[in-house]
Design a binder for this molecule. Sequence first.
Ligand code: GDP
Length: 284
Amino acid sequence: MNIQWYPGHMTKAKRMMQEDIKLIDIVIELLDARAPLSSKNPDIDNLATNKSRMVILNKADMADARKTAKWEEYFKAKGFFVLSMDSRKNSGMKPVSDTIREACKEKIARDRKRGIINRPIRAMIVGIPNVGKSTFINSYAKKSCTKVGNKPGVTKGKQWIRIGKDVELLDTPGILWPKFDDQEIGLRLAYIGSINDEILTKSELALKFIDFLKINYCNALTDRYNIDIDIQNSENFEILKQIAVARLCLLKGNEPDLDKAAAILFDDFRSGRLGRMTLEEIPE
Ligand code: GDP
C-alpha cells in the first residue's frame, strides 16, 4: 500500500500538537464510530499523557447502534470518558460540556484547593482527516460562539472559543495521521474515505468491500440496488457488474463500468444510504 502522508507533514503536525497540548486540560479525540480502532492513532496516547481524555464516536448516525454501544463500553473500560454522536447536529452538545466537566472534575477540585476558581477548562479536538473535527467544532461553537482573544504566552493567532462559562475550545483541531500497519486497517480507512482511494483502484476496493458486506450485511446490496442476485453464492465481480447495470453505468459497447459502480457504492456507504454499518469488531 502506498501511504499518502509524507514524513514532513507528520513531523510538523506532531510538533504543533505537542505545543498545543501543553495548553490544554482535556484531549477530545474524535473517532469514526464505524471503525473506532482503525481511525485511532495510538501515538496520541503518548502525546496526551497527564491529560484528561475523552473519546467521541462520531458519525454514530451511520454506524450500527448496537455495536456503537459496545464500543462505548470498550473505551470506558480503557479509562476514557465516552460519547457517541452526530456532530452535524448542534442540538446534542450539552452532554459534551457535561462530560468534559466530569472528566476534569479532579482538576477543578485541585484548582479550587489552590484558590483558583472559575478558570475555564481548556479542551482540544484531535483526530485523523475527515473524521468530522471541523464539523464538531462548528456545531459545538454555535452553542455560544464567543471568540476569546489571544492569551499571553500563547502562539499568536491561536483562538479559543468560549463555550458556556467554563469551557474553552481551541479553534484549530490537532490533525492525527492515519496509521495503517495492517492491510485490514488500511481498507477500513479507505472505505470510510479517510485515506486516498488510490491505494487500490476503486473497483478493487469495492470487491474487497463486497466481501465484508457478504459476511456482515448480506442484504444491503440487494435492498439498495434492487438487484436480483444470490449475494452469498455469487462472485464479487458479478455483483459489482450487476450494480453497474442497475445504475446504468455502461461503457462503450454496453460494457459495465465497474469503477463508476464502485464510486456509487462508496458514495452510498459514506453517506449512510447503504444502511447503518460498523466495519470493525471489538478485539478479543
Ligand atoms: P475533518 O477533516 O475531521 O475536519 O472533517 P470534516 O468536519 O470536514 O467532516 C468530513 C465530512 O464528514 C463532512 O462531509 C461532514 O459533513 C461529515 N460529518 C462530520 N461529522 C459527521 C457526523 O457525525 N455524521 C455524519 N453523517 N457526517 C458527518
